[in-house]
Design a protein around this ligand. Sequence first.
Ligand code: NAP
Length: 226
Amino acid sequence: MKISVLGTGAVGRVYAAKLAELGHDVMIGTRDISKTLKSNQKDPQGNPPFSVWHTAHPAVRVGSLPEAAGFGDIVINALLAKSALSALEALRSDLDGKILVDITNAMDFSTGFPPTFFIVNTDSLGEQIQRALPDTKVVKTLNTVSALIQTDPYLVASGDHHVFLSGNDADAKTRVMEILRMYGWQHILDLGDITTSRGVEMYMALWARLYPVLNTPFNIKIQTGK
Ligand SMILES: NC(=O)c1ccc[n+]([C@@H]2O[C@H](COP(=O)([O-])OP(=O)(O)OC[C@H]3O[C@@H](n4cnc5c(N)ncnc54)[C@H](OP(=O)(O)O)[C@@H]3O)[C@@H](O)[C@H]2O)c1
């Protein structure tokens, strides 16, 4: 399958590497190809320069954001959350008819940890992206776990924990579920339409409190009375 990942941060790299390892034809999209490939600076989280990562993953194509948006049958949004909406609006025609997997969280770390949330209660980033891209099938998923767990659920409790799906298009959710299963997810809960993104995005307020307390990879498991 042709899959694109938008954004060359920690999350974008994890996704691109994993999907290429699984045998997919992968393009990672960046705002400025030449700057990104030439930079010898670590990223803001202290990860090695992109060029170091790319040398280790030569099968991953590198393109501009419009090239990457046009390349994949499925496109993964791994952009900086605060900039994602405006960046995606500019790609609207490239993304028409495609499935866009949205893993972003409307979290603002500019005043440190814990983060604040810039969209809450009656809206979500998933919904805003779907409204901005009416001809794209947005599927919100994986935002509730950290990057390494997203593509390797076995890092926690042999994968015996949950991930969620939100989106308006049933077929798109089925396609995204196939990717989640390829990653190894066993428990996938479809919450309903894209408005259910509010729940998974606002869960991150609890995630941000668990993170410093647990200080180890973690996720939630849903158990019922049945
Ligand atoms: N980190 C996690 O464990 C985790 C977990 C769940 C969800 N998420 C979500 O995953 C997304 C990516 O996380 P990350 O840690 O990889 O983010 P990041 O490093 O802060 O940013 C990702 C990429 O966004 C691009 N970018 C930055 N500013 C931009 C702008 N003004 N316009 C367009 N693109 C811009 C950059 O790519 P280029 O420089 O190549 O253009 C950057 O590498 C975030 O939205 C986050 O909420 C992260």
